[in-house]
Write a protein that binds this ligand. Sequence first.
Ligand code: CS2
Length: 493
Amino acid sequence: MTSYKLNNKNLSKFSDEALIPQYDRSTLKTGIVHVGIGGFHRSHEAYYTDQLLHDPANSDWGICGIALLDFDTKIYNTLKEQDGLYTLIVKELDGTLTKKIIGSIVEYLYAPENPTQVIEKMASNDVKIITLTITEGGYNYNEATGSFDFTNPLVQQDLEHPQAPKTIFGYLTQALKLRKERGLPGCTIQSCDNIQGNGHMTEKMLLSFVHMAEPDLVPWIKSNISFPNAMVDRITPATSEKDIALLKETSGIEDAWPVVCEPFKQWVIEDDFISGRPAWENVGAQFVEDVVPYEKMKLSLLNAGHSVLGILGALIGYETIDESVQNKAIQTFLHSYMDEEVSPTLGDLEGVDLKKYKQSLLQRFGNIYIKDQIDRICSESSAKIPIFILPTVNAQLENDGPVDHAAFVIAAWAIYSAGLDEQGNPLNIKDALETLLKEKALVAKNSPTSFLEIESVFGKLNQSKRFVDIYTAAYQNILKYGVEECITQMNNK
Ligand code: CS2
């Protein structure tokens, strides 16, 4: 099949192969600045917004995508070459592919090259919302101290060179300062990361930084900026070379970085937008007064479920999440973890059928066409475990409730962090704390509790004798019998 590069000029050539934007992108205003234009933003917020832009009444809500980090050049160059266009490939449960070219990203900036332009864009009067997907670790929160981590060298550099920031906090501070100086209205800063109370976290971390960098700006931020909490959901694996080749061969679309995702999507948002917002509810988002229960449910069931499948599967030697789901012993283990350890901590979830939700997760995780990479799921576990699993553990410890499954997963993670699977094959570990994790994981072979001493991850967990005993027994059992044998025994109890 003849293929063409994806860009504005060629867009109409793809109308038989994919859904293409049916709106005039050249007339859109940029009302949203988004920081972190990886796969998830492009399968989620940019997708919802694209749907909305089909109604001309919404033409104020184009997106400017910001690539913040030095190594974000690939995504920036791709968007630049493709006029911001990319293909979203939805892998349906029956294996069919729904292809949609998304047009909502109308501008793109590479922050390391042009910090001033980024600050100006964030301060622009047209921009009403700044949204973020900067990953769980990007909020610079230290679990041990419960506060902003000023020891981060990038933060130090932002305090010393405010005009050339490196972190999101430096950028936001400069942009909000300009807004204040120019007498412009405030805006909404909306996190789209998997963090309990992600709006509260964004506010708390930003204000900590501003207190140090620009103390006079604090009161203005408090009165002019809103930080709605939100629960975001759509499984979006890393795009593989195979996905790129298949798109070209079967649809004639040459797209250097399409996005693949599952059909399911959910976005539950607190309606707290100080300068207005798009009517995302018209395209499936839910606006609610209190998003906390939804976030808790999603983080402690879906994201934690992913970590359980990822860490156990990695040790056994699997590469994708559906392989873990197909292992009956792991599936039963995950069921018990959800039912016995997580569900009792969730409290009242009005209007949610928890049983159905859990069943649907197993179906989503098991989608054999998604091939979500275990490496992706296990990456940055040191930032994920404290958010996805430890709140459940702490709640259960407080109530003298069960923690066996969670302790088992943490023991498995300690073994994983030493770098080899059960066959002795090297694991591809990607984690900001990789060196520390490995150091502690190697000592753990003789003294398992040393892994729990990483305070920035576990806080004071090693002071719970009950947890430590269960964890230590699990650690020793895994080394002796292997993951599969151990969980089979646990499942039979
Ligand atoms: C995953 C998430 O990163 C992870 O560990 O659990 O990326 C997950 O796929 C998304 O939150 C789904 O909404």
